[in-house]
Ligand binder design. Structure first.
Ligand code: 5GP
Length: 212
């Protein structure tokens, strides 16, 4: 049997956690290590910021197009945030999954909950925790020069995000990036071997036990 006949179904890997927990670094490492994984690119009606590339950071579309797509069920989920619309285009995700590629989502608990309604059985949800709130605050302070007020606001949002940890399949305390990557590799290896993600096995096993 050729390898192409053993096509698995891809999975949707969701990484959530408070900002500062390390999701972005882990996402980048996963994408560079796994050739068969891609990042989901959302569509949005907000204007591009300097340096943002259409089709890479977001698909920048106008409101009419967004509404039309929403009406046609072209989003797996969508939301309005700060007066702009954001959505996860369905077609790109479904194409990747059916071709045996995984799709990575760096989204918050609300996005994860919404995806659950449209794609539950394809989801692998991983929550990334910081080793401590003190460490999280130190990372946020190191990252940018925000005023104390902004840091306090981020810390209170971090507490809110963390309170949703129980809605995830896997939880990683990100003390050390390499240890966390090992955990993610193990999670991916196991999830890719789930029977439901290897539909080719039906024919394979039927042939295996066929009487002579
Ligand atoms: P920003 O405009 O700063 O890139 O993103 C603003 C907010 O929109 C963030 O909280 C981000 O999580 C959210 N967001 C980005 N893409 C999507 C999406 O596809 N769906 C949903 N529900 N939220 C999104």
């Amino acid at each position: 049997m050729l390898n192409k006949d053993r096509a698995r179904r891809g999975l949707m890997l969701i990484l959530s956690g408070p900002s500062g927990a390390g999701k972005t670094v882990l996402s980048r490492k996963l994408l560079s290590e796994y050739a068969d994984m891609e990042l989901s690119v959302s569509a949005t009606t907000r204007k591009p910021r300097p340096g943002e590339v259409d089709g890479e950071h977001y698909h920048f579309i106008d409101e009419d197009t967004f509404r039309e797509m929403a009406k046609n069920n072209a989003f797996l989920e969508w939301a309005e945030v700060f007066g702009a619309y954001y959505g996860t285009p369905r077609a790109a995700v479904e194409e990747a999954l059916s071709e045996g590629r995984d799709v990575l989502f760096d989204i918050d608990w609300q996005g994860a909950q919404q995806l659950k309604q449209s794609a539950a059985s394809d989801l692998v949800k991983v929550f990334v925790l910081p080793p401590s709130l003190k460490e999280l605050e130190a990372r946020l302070r190191k990252r940018d020069q925000d005023s104390n007020g902004v840091i306090e606001d981020r810390m209170s949002r971090a507490r809110d995000e963390i309170s949703h940890w129980g809605e995830y399949h896997y939880v990683i305390v990100n003390e050390d990036v390499e240890h966390s990557m090992n955990d993610l590799r193990a999670i991916l290896a196991a999830e890719r071997r789930l029977r439901k993600r290897q539909p080719w096995l039906n024919d394979f096993v039927r042939n295996l036990i066929r009487p002579f």
